[in-house]
Design a binder for this molecule. Structure first.
Ligand code: AMP
Length: 528
């Protein structure tokens, strides 16, 4: 068996096949960045040259294990913590011509089992930490290998293994399972060219540069961490500092180290960071605040950013968070500006090369009216298909536009999200009500820490507006007082009639509230 060093030599002399293909895939483009630092992880720093060489070894190993010269879009799933191995495996799959399926380390076996059954991969790569979980999820039905053995080049290579295949941009590259906030998770497939379109739109809009350094604390099974953070950094020749998972104190310390320029996270993470800052000693607080204030950009997305969090973050760090909107199927679509006013509660204007329109219930395009409409998207950033689900793919497009299921209004070209048609738009007493709007109001109340608004079936109202509240301290809120208070800010028909008090809200791995589960809190009785 060859040692890793021998393998590096072999790969370096044999793998120069793609460099003249223009335009490039993400992996091809990395060759321009040679000695720059691509990643900083628990394993130390990795240059672009090392990333290229080591991921080529992974690619060779994969071809050898599957006994082929080209993975030809075979699907390879991997359950590996964020870090160097994760990226080497992602790139190794791409270089060998396969489709990468990142699995969520936080998912229980039952959920992994659904993803594996649906995606039907040729191989599953697993870190030893999750071996048991995968065994439970696969029932021994799939070929499973150990991630560190793969990355260390420990599988036997056929000495005649040919060069790596040439991977053109139209090949399928990745399948991300949607977070399943509505229905069972579906595999959204993107090609290399779609991936590049999603990356380059953000690189342009947010002014990514080679000297940028970004901290990655988001999970690597979701578009936010994969595309917006990791892939944008690697496309640009910037450095990505990867933490194995999110830890608020660790994150604050890294943010205040002085070398970072960018940070991107979901609202839940910003809220946890705020709480951690508030409970820290004054001298630590000022070090953290000063450090975070030096970054050039901080971005929030994947769920609505509460105005209270936006304002508190600005008070603590001086940073006005840039809020953007996107989804697994389309990459990012709307963003507040890098320079210029970032309007609280708004998600900005269309990103470069992304076309956005709003339609009414009949699919008629709405002009710049204030009327609410469903967002539809076209552009090179839109995904190819739902895996093995042509019917669902077809149904999710209207005349070539992807139907997002998100409702929005527009004001002076700026979009404001009202929520998802399926769960956040409540039809009560003949009115349409946005759950996000009501949540925003309730979060302003001093006794409310957080809340989630849902519609529950009701004979009189069609749907009744209901709110689950986390109280600042338990037992202090009187529902009737809340109704009176809320009526100062909300039309009577928008004011919640049913209340539940909880200690936490059901959330998925990305911190998004699972509205279907919130509804269940109300379905056992109709107490208000
Ligand atoms: P995912 O595919 O997991 O990224 O989820 C996409 C969904 O997250 C969108 O369809 C929206 O409903 C929601 N979303 C993304 N960004 C925002 C945002 N800035 N504000 C409110 N909702 C958002």
């Amino acid at each position: 068996m060859q040692t890793p060093a021998q393998l590096v030599g072999f790969v370096m002399t044999h793998l120069q096949t793609n460099s003249n293909n223009k335009p490039e895939t993400l992996c091809e483009r990395a060759e321009q960045h040679s000695q720059r630092v691509a990643l900083t992880t628990e394993s130390g720093s990795t240059s672009y040259d090392e990333l290229i060489t080591l991921s080529s070894i992974v690619a060779k190993q994969l071809l050898s294990i599957l006994n082929t010269e080209d993975l030809s879009e075979s699907r390879i799933a991997y359950l590996v913590p964020s870090g160097l191995d994760h990226v080497l495996i992602q790139w190794g799959i791409w270089k060998a011509g396969g489709v990468a399926i990142p699995l969520a380390v936080s998912h229980p076996p039952a959920e992994l089992s659904h993803t594996l059954e649906d995606s039907d991969p040729s191989l599953v790569i697993v870190n030893s930490l999750y071996r048991e979980k995968i065994q439970e999820a696969t029932n021994g039905d799939l070929l499973v290998i150990d991630s560190s053995e793969l990355v260390d080049g420990r599988f036997k290579l056929d000495p005649n293994t040919p060069e790596l295949p040439s991977v053109n941009l139209e090949r399928r590259a990745m399948m991300i399972y949607t977070s399943g906030t509505t229905g069972r998770p579906k595999g959204a497939v993107v090609t290399h060219s779609i991936l590049v379109a999603q990356i380059t739109s953000l690189v342009e809009a947010w002014g990514w540069e080679k000297d940028d350094q970004i901290l990655l604390v988001l999970p690597l099974h979701h578009i936010h961490g994969i595309v917006n953070v990791l892939c944008c950094a690697l496309w640009t020749g910037a450095s990505c500092h990867i933490l194995p998972n999110f830890d608020p104190v660790d994150t604050w310390n890294r943010l205040s180290k002085g070398n970072l320029t960018l940070f991107m996270a979901v609202p839940t993470i910003y809220i946890l960071l705020i709480k951690t800052w508030e409970s820290a000693e004054p001298n630590i607080r000022s070090r953290w605040s000063e450090g975070a204030s030096a970054l050039r950009l901080m971005v929030s997305g994947s769920a609505a950013l509460p105005k209270t969090a936006l304002e508190r973050w600005e008070a603590i760090t001086g940073q006005i968070l840039l809020e953007r909107y996107g989804m697994t199927e389309i990459g990012m679509a709307l963003s507040n500006p890098l320079h210029g006013e970032r309007r609280p509660g708004y998600v900005g204007t269309p990103l470069p090369r992304v076309n956005v329109r709003r339609v009414d219930e009949n699919g008629e395009e709405l002009g710049p009216s204030t009327q609410e409409g469903e967002l539809e998207i076209t552009g090179p950033n839109v995904f190819l298909e739902y895996w093995r689900n042509p019917k669902m793919t077809e149904d999710s497009f209207r005349d070539g536009w992807f139907r997002t299921g998100d409702m929005a209004t527009i004001d002076k070209g700026n979009y404001r999200l009202l929520g998802r048609t399926s769960v956040d738009i409540i039809k009560t007493g003949g009115f349409k009500v946005s759950a996000l709007e009501i949540e925003e109001v309730f979060r302003q109340h001093q006794l409310v820490t957080d809340c989630a608004v849902v519609g529950i079936p009701d004979e009189d109202w069609g749907e009744l507006v209901a709110v689950a509240i986390i109280e600042e301290s338990s037992g202090e809120i009187e529902p009737n007082d809340m109704i009176t208070w809320a009526k100062q800010y909300l039309a009577s028909y928008k004011t919640p009639r049913a209340f539940r008090f909880v200690t936490k809200l059901p959330r998925n791995a990305m911190g998004k509230v699972q509205k279907e589960q919130v509804k269940l809190l109300f379905l056992d009785s109709s107490e208000t």
